[in-house]
Design a protein around this ligand. Sequence first.
Ligand code: MN
Length: 194
Amino acid sequence: MKFELPKLPYGYDALEPYIDAKTMELHHTKHHQTYVDKLNTAVEKYPELVGRPIEELLMNLANLKMEEPDRIAIRNHGGGHFNHSLFWKILDPTNQKDDLVVKEINSTFGSVEEFKKQFTDSATKLFGSGWTWLVRNNQTSKLEIKNLPMQDAPIMTGLQPIFGLDVWEHAYYLKYQNRRAEYIENWWKVLKLI
Ligand code: MN
């Protein structure tokens, strides 16, 4: 079975005015769709891999028997598919505040405000294209803020994503142009952490 673009469980305009409908539509139907298509093109060359979950491919990427350009394609486009599938869930406006996560954020970072400050600082300083993540490190079980480049998925390096922010320009440029800090500030209003 091929990978497919997941349906958005809410409308493209559901996150207005913080994330605009046009950006959401392009992001979902063009950018994410392209990751899905290119991931399928790479995986289809290896019939034994068709039907394997994306998590399995990404976590075992180094050991898959394949040509290097295909491994890079799965890292980039498979990561893109994994990250965006999660991102649409993170942005779901029907999400309730997760009290357990908030409690752990408080105990790890001192307060939600301090955490937001550190996360925002990390996302603002991320150079080029990538994501800022709140992850759980599998080795220490602790929460950490991580910047990862391009579409590298946290699960590739033993990190369980709690939530993440797409800071590729395609995620905000239409509405915010170069004002990444303003996009990040408004993203917190969608996330409803407090
Ligand atoms: Mn994106």
